[in-house]
Write a protein that binds this ligand. Structure first.
Ligand code: BTN
Length: 271
């Protein structure tokens, strides 16, 4: 495998020259260790930082995932970053940003490996060969009925080997280098993600929803037309996943043919 030491770390010096963005990533904080980049970005957003500011860490001591899970964040291998957005949208639209980010992320990663079998798993994961490669956590702050800021936090397993994963994650988590068979340039990957996301975000704002992305989601989704089981606050739904609505809800066809929309939950493919 290519020597990791020859690859630039995802610092401002390496990432900024590769950016084509107008605002995203133009203010850049890069730290060796943070508790959580989401936590830092939320603090900076509450203190009034501009939209587009990104916080990148080489490692996190308290990386957080959805549903109070943690995110394994050892140093020097992967990408852990969070950026601040200030969209003038209703808070109910914010969860769509995780789906949008999953699509941007997938497209950016396919630039490195056009044949990688990367798939989006509703609502906010990226999977390949049955293993999770990346997770997205959107957190927000509202003032009344208005969104004051959103933090989009993304973790991508880039150069972590199977042996470096804790045993309990070895069967469920994968990484890009395991797909590629070589070490990959984290700075280039981060720049590509930001470049793709900013374009998608502006399209999404102009459209006021995910309409322009539904066809792409259908071809990118690992769940569509598969039998799934969904756990949602103690309730279990079963059926066949049939795409998403323009609002980003999962369409589930139940055994009687009726389509219900699922707003949140953990999805498992049944077969
Ligand atoms: C999930 O799949 O549960 C979401 C995981 C999100 C992890 C990223 S790593 C960078 C950012 N900072 C955090 O504390 N979490 C997100």
């Amino acid at each position: 495998m290519e020597n990791l030491a020859t690859l630039a770390p995802p610092s401002s010096a390496a990432v900024t020259p590769l950016l084509t963005t107008r605002f995203l990533g133009r203010q850049f904080i890069y730290e060796q260790e943070l508790v959580s980049t989401n936590r830092s970005a939320l603090e900076l957003a509450a203190a009034g930082c501009p939209a587009g500011l990104i916080v990148v860490a080489e490692s996190q001591t308290g990386g957080r995932g959805r549903m109070t899970r943690s995110w394994f964040s050892p140093p020097g291998r992967n990408l852990y970053f969070s950026f601040v957005l200030r969209p003038s949208i209703a808070p109910a639209m914010v969860p769509q940003l995780a789906l949008l980010a999953a699509l941007s992320l997938r497209r950016a990663l396919l630039e490195q490996g056009p044949t990688w079998p990367l798939k989006c798993k509703w609502p906010n994961d990226l999977w390949a060969e049955g293993r999770k490669i990346s997770g997205i956590l959107c957190e927000m702050n509202c003032r009344g009925m208005e969104t004051s800021h959103v933090v989009v936090g993304i973790g991508v397993n880039v150069n972590i080997s199977r042996e470096e994963l804790p045993p309990e994650l070895r069967d469920s988590a994968g990484s890009l280098c395991q797909l590629a068979g070589r070490a990959l340039p984290r700075a280039e990957i981060l720049a590509a993600i930001l470049n793709h996301f900013e374009r998608d975000y502006e399209q999404w704002l102009a459209d006021g929803g995910l309409a322009s992305f539904l066809a792409e989601w259908r071809s990118a989704s690992v769940l569509d037309d598969r039998a799934v089981k969904i756990e949602q606050s103690g309730r279990i739904y079963q059926g066949v996943a049939r795409g998403i609505t323009p609002e980003g809800f999962l369409r589930l066809e139940q055994s009687d043919g009726k389509i219900v929309t699922i707003h949140a939950g953990d999805v498992h493919v049944v077969r």
